[in-house]
Design a protein around this ligand. Structure first.
Ligand code: HEC
Ligand code: HEC
Length: 501
């Protein structure tokens, strides 16, 4: 991994931006707005859109200007369109692979929403399947590189790529099975959860390390991310301090991760283990890791030394000559990035400015009952309802308009031990093998509209809100047990509340 000197300069310049009177004034406005919106109907402050249906996650923040709309539209087209193998006549979007999982961002983040995991008992083969938004992270135990946060599997790297361009071997197939787990609510009602088990088969480059650790993860919805990015780090750290001071088992911890754009360690907030800190890093990382598209930030194709066919495959960028400070000179594989900085910037802008939709019927009596239960069951300790945003870390990749908004994401952005049944056993930066980040709950009631399913948790194993809660263990076990003791009416009210978010 190497980084772009320009990215570094931008960060330094940002440090000099004054957090002056303008921002304080915005904060004042936001507080006044919060008083006018006590139920958090406007989940994204001024940026909130009032939308339901299949498009609900696909609108830009409501207060973008015309110029920003244009940028959003360009970013959208690069997020949704399919990339093709190099060499191709369409050089603007070639460079897919050599290894990859999907041909576009939108193939996994379907309609900017939640990916759908495959049927259990299905094999994910070498043909990228547009309904399969599951990726498998890989690593082995041992000291991790500061930048990667994990020690990659020596032959397969840090992510399993089931697809490849012509002439290059895919890394293999993913086989999924599931095991039923039966349980009962206190009122006698039975339920069954399905625990998925993963096997990596038909390995293209020989056996994996015996101690390989795998972490399956489903594509999350990508709404409101610029707003999340503008939550001050101090707020996330304050969540951890408050929980540490509380009696009881809930003790969230921040993840600390390397950010290739900021060129420093930051508090993680994206990814199922808070394993990335910014939309920019996550997006450039996705181009590289999920689609095999290089950028000036992640300029090396994700092939390991052992994957000779992958290293030798044609590239979508022009060949670089001479030394330019970006890439080591004289390297056989050094090429121009397959996506240029401007286009990458548009995709990041797009991903950062998708709006969270407004809540539906927040004052419905059943929803209000559910809201009270949500607090009683301590869900709100981890799923913290609201924040006032500060400045975005990279205004050039989002917009200053994300600042000073009262937002309602329902997360503390901290890592929690969620018990053995959810554990993947694979550390990621500071996260251990039992910890997951509290995911934001906004938009969760619209997954059925947008994606036609409601598959929840890091690998989509839960079908609906109640199943997701029944999987909660570890620090959240007493919350789950409280829900198990609830009457059917109360359970339904709790779910109705969560689905109003
Ligand atoms: C193969 C499926 C797949 C593809 C393709 C993909 N993503 Fe993702 N995306 C994921 C998964 C899975 C996660 C969660 C990652 C984790 O937990 O480590 C994620 C997370 C993200 C996040 C963080 C969201 C959050 O709230 O945590 C952003 C931003 C994102 N992706 C942007 C993109 C962009 C931009 C592209 C295209 C360049 C892209 N993704 C392509 C699967 C995919
Ligand atoms: C100790 C912190 C904690 C508490 C308490 C807690 N949660 Fe969670 N919640 C999490 C974490 C962490 C995850 C993600 C786990 C995973 O993906 O494996 C999660 C996931 C979820 C999801 C799935 C979200 C998604 O995007 O897939 C829902 C729904 C949810 N929680 C609702 C609740 C409700 C309702 C309660 C109270 C009964 C509750 N949670 C209590 C930490 C907590």
């Amino acid at each position: 991994m190497s980084s772009h000197p320009k990215a570094r300069r931008m960060t330094l310049a940002m440090g000099a931006v004054a957090i002056g009177a303008a921002v304080l004034a915005l904060h004042g406005q936001a507080t006044a707005e919060a008083d006018a919106d006590p139920l958090g109907e406007k989940t994204g402050g001024k940026g909130t859109v009032f939308a339901t249906g299949r498009q609900a996650f696909s609108f830009p923040l409501a207060h973008l200007d015309d110029k920003e709309h244009t940028r959003f539209a360009i970013g959208n087209s690069f997020f949704k369109r399919n990339w093709v193998e190099a060499p191709a006549s369409t050089t603007a979007r070639d460079g897919l692979g050599p290894h990859f999982i999907a041909r576009s961002c939108g193939a996994c983040h379907d309609m900017d929403g939640r990916g759908e995991p495959p049927d259990w008992r299905k094999t994910i083969g070498p043909e990228p399947d547009n309904t399969v938004a599951l990726l498998i992270r890989l690593s082995v135990p041992g000291a991790a590189d500061l930048h990667a946060g994990v020690r990659p599997e020596p032959v397969y790297g840090d992510q399993f790529n089931n697809a490849a361009v012509q002439g290059v071997k895919p890394e293999g197939h993913v086989e999924i099975r599931s095991k039923p787990i039966h349980g009962r609510f206190a009122d006698g009602t039975r339920y069954t959860l399905h625990k998925p088990e993963y096997r990596l088969t038909q390995l293209g480059y020989g056996p994996m390390a015996k101690d390989v650790m795998i972490s399956p993860r489903i594509a999350p919805q990508v709404i409101g991310l610029g707003l999340i990015e503008a939550i001050p780090e101090s707020e996330i750290l304050a969540n951890a301090r408050e929980q540490a001071a509380m009696p009881g088992p809930i003790k969230g911890q921040p993840n600390r991760v390397w950010d290739a754009f900021a060129q420093k360690e930051v508090v993680g907030r994206f990814g199922w283990k808070a394993n990335t800190g910014t939309v920019a890093h996550q997006s450039a990382g996705a181009f590289n890791g999920d689609m095999g598209i290089t950028t000036s930030v992640f300029w090396r194709e994700a092939c390991t030394e052992a994957q000779k066919d992958c290293l030798a495959a044609p590239h979508g960028g022009g060949r670089r000559t001479g030394r330019d400070g970006l890439m080591p000179s004289g390297q056989a594989t050094a090429t121009e990035p397959e996506i240029d900085d401007e286009t990458l910037g548009h995709v990041i802008f797009y991903t950062a400015t998708l709006a969270p939709p407004a809540r539906r019927k927040p004052d419905d009596p059943q929803v209000l009952r559910g809201q009270a239960l949500f607090h009683q069951a301590q869900c709100a300790v981890c799923h913290r309802p609201s924040y006032t945003t500060g400045d975005p870390p990279f205004p050039q990749f989002s917009t200053g308009k994300v600042a000073g908004q009262r937002i309602w994401p329902y997360s503390d952005f901290l890592l929690h031990d969620m018990g053995q049944d959810l554990a993947d056993g694979r550390p990621d930066f500071q996260a251990n093998g039992r910890q997951w980040k509290t995911p934001p709950l906004w938009g969760i009631g619209l997954f059925r509209d947008v994606n036609g399913h409601q598959r929840l948790l890091h690998d989509g194993r839960a079908n609906g809100v109640l199943e997701a809660v029944l999987w909660h263990g570890g620090e959240a076990q007493s919350s789950r047990d409280m829900v198990r003791r609830m009457s059917r009416q109360d359970r339904e009210a709790l779910v109705k509340f969560v689905e109003s978010l």
